[in-house]
Design a protein around this ligand. Sequence first.
Ligand code: NAD
Length: 249
Amino acid sequence: MDLGLAGQVAVITGAAGGIGKTAALSFAGEGARVVVWDQDMQTVEQVAAEIKDHGGEAMGVAGSVASSADVARVVDQIRAHFGTVHVLINNAAINDDAPVTAMTDAQWDRVVDVNLKGPFYCARAIAPLMIAQNYGRIINISSRSHLGELNRANYVSAKAGLLGLTRSLAMELGPHQVTVNTIAPGMVSTERVRSNPNYADFLERAMARQHIKREAQPDDIVNAMLMLASATSGFITGDLIYVSGGRLT
Ligand SMILES: NC(=O)c1ccc[n+]([C@@H]2O[C@H](COP(=O)([O-])OP(=O)(O)OC[C@H]3O[C@@H](n4cnc5c(N)ncnc54)[C@H](O)[C@@H]3O)[C@@H](O)[C@H]2O)c1
């Protein structure tokens, strides 16, 4: 099936590793011109070079999504290089876990700034380009854990907040043919997750609660991104898709 992504400009935040890197390579494989956005220039250049080596088109950009000044600068760079943006995937995120009684102001702010303010800053800066061309796709990567999780009040609150951001932006941008949706992954096998000291426990719990009894791979999430980003998905907006093998709790 032709997803209609050839020639489109797809901006992917947090694209130096994990799910974001897989997304960058897959969107390039569909013929999209990919903006590989992460914090460190060297790593984004590596991913962009990998795309170019496979005959794709990409640019690497470095900056923190949690800084409105960085976001404005990066979006200026993207506009200068590619002219516009068709797809924005708000994928960059961090976690910094602690029980609520021990969580510091800084821990709360850092996680909410990257995971919730970041998507707002990026959508605010890029939406005018989408409105101007009367077309766009914004995909916010939340988490199944927006439903609640121990010792992660900052992460969970930010990921739950993304659902409200999605629904509000869908209302505001719908008249301009810009769709806005959320994906809520369950546990996905990325380097960050596999290197967690509690990885074995996480996996055991996931296997007990998922209906599909296998570990999710980044491609499982990226396939949902491709579907929502497709030109054929223009009537899906304000929605939430769980990609969690059926797991909710
Ligand atoms: N892996 C999972 O099990 C899982 C589960 C549910 C949801 N998710 C979500 O999926 C997305 C990708 O997760 P992942 O496991 O690939 O994570 P990851 O840690 O492997 O990748 C996240 C990327 O975001 C980048 N990043 C962090 N802060 C940034 C900032 N301020 N500005 C720009 N880039 C920044 C990091 O450098 C990193 O490359 C995240 O939104 C995460 O919350 C992941």
